[in-house]
Design a protein around this ligand. Structure first.
Ligand SMILES: [Zn+2]
Length: 164
């Protein structure tokens, strides 16, 4: 994806207030992120462990989503699958993240959930730039391009649900 600036990021959020977007923790190392290998930028808030963010590029424009990490429940499956990149991780490696909906529906408390790699590094798992610890990826018959297209389609489908 195209490298993003702090300003791009703060202006991109669809499901939080302008005030929240201004205050949220944007990564300080934007200059060193592997943009060529990213389908979206994802990060966790170092000051608030239950918060994370992702910014994707859609039709040339950045679209940011504020996420909440749901605490892992006991008795959950030992292994779980990321719904975007289809990487299987041992316990804790995949988290249910919820995003408040955009607009009035979000202000009324409605949210949408997605199971995703806890470290939000799906793009790197797809490209083999990061290997899941004790986890696995399916033997894929698809090309990398097809896999990233699929992951992006799943991500956009999730984003679409925030507007409904
Ligand atoms: Zn993933």
């Amino acid at each position: 994806m195209r490298p993003l600036t702090e300003q791009d990021i703060r202006g991109s959020f669809i499901n939080c207030s302008k005030g929240e977007a201004k205050r949220l923790a944007v990564p300080r190392d934007l200059g060193e992120r592997p943009w060529d290998d990213l389908d979206f930028l994802g990060w966790r808030d170092p000051g608030a462990p239950d918060r994370g963010y992702l910014v994707a590029e859609r039709e040339g424009r950045p679209v940011g989503v504020a996420l909440r990490f749901q605490p892992a429940r006991r008795g959950l499956l030992q292994r779980s699958l990321c719904s975007l990149c289809l990487t299987t991780h041992p316990r804790g490696g995949v988290t249910l993240m919820t995003a408040r909906k955009a607009g009035p529906a979000g202000r009324e408390g409605n949210s949408v959930g997605v199971y995703m790699c806890t470290d939000l590094a799906c793009s790197l798992y797809l490209r083999g730039k990061k290997v899941p610890e004790n986890g696995t990826r399916f033997e894929e018959s698809l090309t990398l391009e097809e896999q990233t297209a699929r992951a992006t389609a799943h991500l956009f489908a999730f984003i679409d649900k925030l507007y409904v």
